[in-house]
Ligand binder design. Structure first.
Ligand code: PNS
Length: 177
């Protein structure tokens, strides 16, 4: 029997940590669906359409990966897709409590669906979408942490337009102080 897995998340934006998990999942399961949460209450930096486009672009070399979006309950979505597995990445102990609660709640909602935790490469164990946005906002480089397409879009949206490199004299564009 073919095993379909769903890898849900906000992916705002996708990082090399997410992509590491997707690659590992793609070797383990017959198909892995990256399911991006459509959540109008949570203000995302990138629109759902942009996030989908970026993940599609970043995963185009992996044949058994598809990208989709969902709203409502994750287990309902997984059931509709015929998925028996939910994949979540576990970076550090600090992730554990939230992930544990979520996995057990999902199990209570649908006991047929199993959550499988996967560890990304230790090189990405500290990496998060939130930190990536914060670093770009204050003028740092996230090169090597996100795909170039994400880097470019982040720089346009919240960076200083110089790709994380400070302008001449180390000063960022904008009002001089
Ligand atoms: O990348 P994130 O923000 O950590 O992903 C969280 C996500 C999307 C997996 C979670 O918020 C979710 O599953 N939301 C859908 C609503 C739902 O099913 N909630 C009950 C799970 S406890």
């Amino acid at each position: 029997m073919k095993v379909l897995a769903v890898y849900p998340g906000s992916f705002d934006p996708v990082t090399y940590g997410h992509l590491d998990i997707i690659r590992r999942g793609s070797r383990l399961f017959d198909r892995i669906v990256v399911a991006i949460l459509r959540n109008p209450e949570k203000k995302a930096l990138f629109s759902l359409a942009e996030r989908k486009r970026i993940v599609r672009l970043a995963t185009r070399g992996i044949p058994n990966v598809t990208v989709d979006s969902f709203d409502g309950l994750l287990v309902d979505y997984a059931r509709r897709r015929g998925a028996r597995v939910i994949v979540r990445g576990l970076r550090a102990l600090s992730d554990f409590e939230y992930e544990y609660q979520m996995a057990l709640m999902n199990r209570r909602l649908d006991s047929e669906i199993e959550t499988v935790f996967m560890m990304p490469s230790e090189a990405y164990s500290y990496l998060s979408s939130r930190l990536v946005k914060e670093v770009v906002r204050v003028g740092g480089s996230v090169s090597g942490l996100v795909p170039p397409e994400v880097e470019r879009r982040l720089d346009q949206r919240i960076g200083n337009g110089t790709g994380g490199k400070k302008g001449r004299g180390g000063r960022r564009k904008g009002k001089a102080s």
